[in-house]
Design a protein around this ligand. Structure first.
Ligand code: ZN
Length: 389
């Protein structure tokens, strides 16, 4: 089933689940550190609401009130009386230099004017191929097919997004939570929690027209005709994050590295808590890179050479599970590349202890841990490069 979980729902039996407002304004990625790669001149965009009941292509001017008759079918759509009576302006940061695809009038109604395509009409509603769904406008990977499930609501549904790819904002209707492409601000749809549809208990209800599908094996980057500056993200744990951050930051094509925590059980962990070894988190670096300049595999090769992947729950002088070796992948391609490299190393006799698991939430570490060696002027005490491949 290509990793797509099937649910015994049929259109008509699951319609109109209770609408539950999601948590407001939660962005999976910390905003403050994105400054470096965002245009400081944030561009204002207007959030509006439009609807359709078979009358598509009803273009609307920015910030002009538009309330069309909206079909109440499921969580993605609201009833006309619930629609807001006035437009609301929300600031959306736009990535500097990001080339955006020219939109067709139909795409613009949804992506820019925040309309909703008719249920069961989109090309990806009943789509089960393995691959990645990228933003139709900027090409940034947003969802993996592994996280797509059949909710029966009439729109593509996912119970997880790629880390940092999707931004959440309180919807203008005051109840729902809108989801947008974190890179370009394209309207995607809405997110609902607590419906008990999947284990993760989350449903990203996304308009097909906001997405473009890239089959597994095809280059996701290749789909980014309009977005040569789109970035990708990798997560590595290999001992003290000071040294990992320092050495990965020096790689051409890496635009940003942050130190933080991943892989544990607690929310918003502090360094002190992680250092206790009781949270389960590993000191992890988040590496944002330009995949047209450096590939994940190249980064992972470097990762395996700047720390000792054979050490278990320690790295050099640092001991404890927080110093374990791990790759937290953000997509199947990263997973396969990591496993391939581990296979090569094992073939060379290395007893690799690196765990390869799916990325969870990345918790940014305290400010004093960021750019530690740049601030202190020192060199990493436990990370030097050693050729292993
Ligand atoms: Zn986008």
């Amino acid at each position: 089933m290509l990793g797509i979980r099937g649910f015994a729902y049929h259109a008509g039996t699951v319609l109109a689940p209770e609408l539950r407002p999601g948590p407001g304004g939660v962005s999976l990625k910390s905003e403050k550190s994105d400054d470096a790669r965002r245009n400081p001149g944030a561009k204002g965009m207007c959030e509006m609401v439009s609807g359709s009941s078979g009358r598509r292509g009803h273009a609307l001017e920015s910030c002009i009130v538009a309330v069309a008759a909206v079909l109440l079918v499921a969580g993605c759509v609201q009833s006309a009386e619930d629609a807001p009576s006035e437009g609301v302006c929300i600031e959306i940061e736009e990535e500097g230099g990001l080339a955006l695809k020219d939109l067709t009038p139909e795409e613009e109604v949804v992506i820019v004017q925040k309309g909703t395509e008719r249920p069961f009409s989109g090309e990806y509603n009943d789509h089960r191929e393995a691959g990645t769904y990228v933003c139709r406008r900027c090409g940034t990977p947003l969802y993996e097919s592994d996280d797509k499930f059949d909710s029966g609501c009439g729109w593509p549904s996912f119970d997880d997004e790629l880390p940092g790819a999707v931004k959440r904002l309180p919807d203008a209707d005051g109840r729902r939570t809108e989801i947008l492409c974190a890179t370009c601000g394209a309207h995607l749809g809405h997110v609902f929690e607590g419906e008990q549809l999947t284990e993760k208990n989350i449903r990203h209800c996304v308009n097909s027209i906001s997405l473009e599908f890239v089959a597994a094996g095809e280059s996701v980057d290749g789909a980014r005709d309009a977005g040569p500056s789109a970035t990708a993200t990798a997560y590595f744990a290999g001992g003290c994050f000071w040294g990992m951050e320092h050495l990965l930051q020096e790689v051409d094509g890496v635009t940003e590295v942050r130190s933080g925590y991943m892989g544990g059980r607690t929310e918003e962990p502090t360094y002190h808590e992680v250092a206790s070894g009781r949270t389960g988190h590993a000191e992890t670096v988040e590496v944002v890179y330009d995949p047209t300049r450096v590939t994940f595999e190249e980064l992972a090769r470097l990762f395996f050479e700047i720390h000792d992947p054979t050490q278990v729950d320690r790295q050099g002088p640092d001991t404890g599970s927080q110093y374990r070796s791990a790759i937290f992948y953000t997509g199947n391609e990263q997973k396969l590349a990591a496993e391939k490299l581990i296979g090569i190393l094992k073939g060379k006799g290395y007893d690799v202890a690196t765990e390869v698991t799916e990325a969870g939430r990345f918790w940014e570490a305290e400010e004093y841990h960021q750019d530690y060696y740049e601030k202190s002027g020192g060199r990493p005490y436990c990370h030097t490069r050693e050729k292993r491949f």
